[in-house]
Design a protein around this ligand. Structure first.
Ligand code: CS2
Length: 487
């Protein structure tokens, strides 16, 4: 089978949508750090629409910060890849052309810096996952004991997103090139303010004048991103190759739903993304809270409950009445903490329920459980703190936290081991052996994980008691019996 590339685009079957523009006319306007499947199913699609509408100055130069696998797959394909949009009613296929080049930072950091300093580049976007920002998510301080960050702080050729951003901002400043806007597209609380704080903390340690420049000249709008994107499997590859009639080494699969709400602060310009469905707002916080707490909070809960109870995918776990009832209870519980108001939250949750039930999209619980220690604070504990302040019930949220703690033991309700992919958790040395320790001991130990719980929650006696009871219930009766009792 021939490979997808510029030369074979015309061989695609007519049912497959493809770049409706001449790729040779496109010039780079955006550098994206972290070219994972999410970026390729979300931002790159919106940009593809704008390129097709004639805004050809906004091509994407994408970079991997760790491995060369995406470049190895997409390089021979001229950056093209398939997007399979899957619903229970069927699949739509499209080929995306907005990524013109994939760079691999560790192989050639200088090339990525050159791309970041290209004066045509006006926006730098990031999906580097929660841990990629090298900060303690709860407090915002730079991470200690991180070898790559320490290397970048010492002035070595950059390895971390913060190192690249600071080096590029410094060089552009020296060259008097207009500054770029930095747009974090990760599921962090106030992602713009958070990345700003991280870049400033980094710059202050390197060069106070650079920090002042960042403060005065660089815009960091926040945004809320949303699309469910499971990792591509070999069977996806086979199915997509059959639909395209061409081999594609790394296609992507996602749900039909897609949302992007962005604060409109782009002093150096931006594509007219509103014409591609992006919502521009003055303050993204209400949208972000709703999404982080209702979607991601439920996801993290379902991932933990699902792994413990032996469900491999969200759709399977969510079809279980005990888990479904628990998620509904969690949604009802946190809705009053949301500034969008309860009716909007209820509508959103109803749409979410349909999205989670999409069986055409096997979204693995193990994938969502990745890096959970970096997710629990903003997905579950932000809502919990608001509930505690308002004196409202918080039993479902406490259960969600207990499920996460139980899942960190690395074995399910049947005693079968599963792997935990969470490097920040792996570095934490306080985890007791959950096969032998009692509930109070386990909960007390986890509450000492300050990067997750901060120093306030361990002092909240009612929360500590509720958490210990929920944990004891999961450990004693098993996940499904314990979550069935939460209503
Ligand atoms: C998921 C998210 O993997 C995870 O942690 O909760 O990636 C989720 O699918 C997206 O945020 C949906 O927009």
């Amino acid at each position: 089978m021939r490979r997808l590339s510029n030369a074979t685009l015309s061989a695609l079957p007519s049912a497959v949508a493809r770049p409706a523009y001449d790729r040779a006319d496109v010039s780079p306007g955006i550098v994206h750090l972290g070219v994972g499947a999410f970026h390729r199913c979300h931002q790159a699609v919106y940009v593809d629409d704008r390129l097709a509408a004639g805004e050809t100055g906004w091509g994407i130069v994408a970079a991997s910060l760790r491995k060369g696998d995406v470049r190895d797959a997409l390089g021979p394909q001229d950056g093209l890849y398939g997007l399979a949009v899957r619903a229970d009613s069927g699949t739509r296929h499209r080929v995306i052309g907005s990524i013109s080049d994939v760079l691999v930072a560790p192989e050639a950091p200088g090339r990525l810096l050159d791309a970041l300093c290209d004066p045509r580049v006006r926006i730098v976007t990031l999906t580097v996952t929660e841990k990629g920002y090298c900060i303690d998510i709860a407090g915002g301080a730079l991470r200690t004991g991180d070898a790559d960050l320490d290397h970048d702080l010492a002035g070595g050729a950059p390895r971390t997103p913060l190192g690249f951003l600071a080096a590029a901002i410094a060089r552009r400043r020296a060259q008097r090139a207009p500054p770029f806007t930095v747009l974090s597209c990760d599921n962090l609380p106030h992602n713009g303010a958070t990345v700003r704080k991280a870049v400033l903390a980094f710059a202050r340690r390197r060069d106070p004048a650079l920090a002042r420049f960042v403060e005065d000249e660089i815009a960091f709008p926040s945004c809320m991103v949303d699309r469910i994107v499971p990792a591509t499997t070999d069977s996806d590859r086979a199915e997509i190759a059959a639909a395209l009639g061409l081999e594609d080494a790394w296609p992507t699969v996602c749900e039909p739903f897609s949302q992007w709400v962005v604060e409109d602060r782009f002093p150096s310009g931006r594509p007219r993304l509103e014409e591609a469905g992006v919502e521009f707002v003055a303050d993204v916080a209400p949208h972000e809270h709703m999404k982080l707490r209702l979607l991601n909070g439920a996801h993290t809960s379902i991932a933990a409950a699902g792994r413990l109870a032996g469900f491999a995918t969200v759709a399977e776990a969510f079809a279980d009445p005990a888990i479904r009832g628990f998620v509904d209870a969690y949604w009802r519980e946190v809705a009053p903490t949301l500034a969008v108001g309860e009716p909007a939250a209820r509508d959103y949750a109803a749409r979410l329920a349909a999205r989670f039930a999409n069986r055409a999209l096997p979204h693995r619980t193990a994938q969502i459980a990745m890096d959970a220690s970096q997710k629990v604070p903003q997905r579950l504990l932000g809502g919990l703190r608001d509930l505690r302040k308002a004196g409202r019930p918080f039993g479902a949220t406490a259960m969600a936290v207990a499920l996460w703690i139980r899942s960190c033991g690395g074995f399910d309700d049947e005693g079968q081991a599963f792997a935990i992919d969470d490097p920040v958790f792996a570095r934490w040395t306080g985890a007791p052996d959950q096969r032998s320790a009692g509930a109070d001991e386990v909960v007390a130990a986890y509450l000492g994980f300050a990067a997750v719980f901060g120093d306030d929650l361990p002092r909240d006696g009612d929360f500590v008691d509720a958490l210990a009871r929920a944990y004891a219930d999961v450990a004693g009766r098993g996940t499904l019996a314990a979550v069935r009792a939460v209503r």
